[in-house]
Write a protein that binds this ligand. Sequence first.
Ligand code: ADP
Ligand code: MG
Length: 316
Amino acid sequence: MSAAEFDLIDRIRTRVRERDDVVLGIGDDAALLQVPPGMQLVVTADTLNAGVHFPEATAPADIGWKSLAVNLSDLAAMGAMPAWCTLSLSMPEADASWVDAFLDGFLELADQHALALVGGDTTRGPLSISVTAMGLLETGSALRRDGARVGDDVWVTGTLGDAAAALEVLLAGREPSPFLRKRLDRPTPRVAAGRRLSGLAHSCIDLSDGLLADLAHVCERSGVGAEINLTSLPGSDALAALDPAQYWRWQASGGDDYELCFSASPRNRELVMQALDFAEVPATRIGRIVAGQGVKGFDAKGGEWQPVQSGYQHFP
Ligand code: ADP
Ligand code: MG
């Protein structure tokens, strides 16, 4: 290991929080973690590449936040409690001030969830950040994609389309409103909502590629279809200030929302509202699970809406 690499890892090591269940953290060949009895380990990984997953000009602290947020969003969608993570950094040069700023955002979010950074890798190459996040849940209580049932309500948390609209404004060379910019750069993983929904929701997914595309994954895995009322999709005031002709494209097919989309029995509507109230996350009923396959979006007159593209694709 070079002196520069050692220095970078040391900067990281001195800033990480401790947890009782981390038997051995950064500094050995591998981390040693204690899973409590009766709990299952939930593991997810996501990579963010410069220019693909965030605009090159994104602030390092925002890149740090987002690279962890997208992983915590996956844990949230399983109903898991975040516990540990690893961080693999590839960067063009050993830039200590960049790493410090990156950690400001990364650790701010990690601390909010009492998450410990327990290891990783540091290499030279194009800017790329890979995070593996690990969480815990009571054995058998995971929220899965394959549990949606015909007749279920379909719900989403928060508002949709903010990040997609922000990205489009940015790519057009303009500056989005601070609210929209924050929704793109610093998504809020819905961890508390996922915890509250476990045992209540029949299926759950987090929205990273766009509502229609992600809900289609749930439908496929569950062997059902879904019908969405586009007029009921929750939108922010900031989105409402933009071109109304684009709403549905942003809300139904835009990526990077990191909200939860879940299905639950109509009998449990009150319980769902209460659960999300406790989690302090707004929730909106947007449609239902039907027999058949595929996801259909309907306008106010009951006509079917044809999206230009249902979601973001890396290899179109
Ligand atoms: P090895 O050669 O055994 O892979 P490294 O030199 O890559 O060891 O890493 C030394 C220690 O520092 C390990 O515990 C590793 O997990 C940790 N580490 C390396 N890079 C990072 C990073 N970016 N974030 C957190 N921990 C890291
Ligand atoms: Mg290594």
